[in-house]
Design a protein around this ligand. Structure first.
Ligand code: F3S
Length: 63
């Protein structure tokens, strides 16, 4: 499973990085970027939580 951040929606709240720093990282423009190509199995729960917590629904799964 892959995950992506819609950079046009992200408001830089940083919640995703706080919940799942192995997958999300804020870049110098204060937009979240995804660090991994494929989400590791053990991070799936954290990624789902980040997806649900993002206030602007900028995180989405993709195949
Ligand atoms: Fe951006 Fe949502 Fe993360 S606003 S910083 S993608 S929690």
């Amino acid at each position: 499973m892959k995950v992506k951040v819609n950079k046009d929606l992200c408001i830089g709240c940083g919640l995703c990085e706080g919940i799942c720093p192995k997958v999300f990282k804020m870049n110098e423009e204060n937009v979240a970027m995804v660090l991994v190509d494929t989400v590791p199995e053990e991070e799936m729960e954290n990624v789902k939580e980040a997806l649900e917590c993002c206030p602007v629904s900028a995180i989405e799964f993709s195949e």
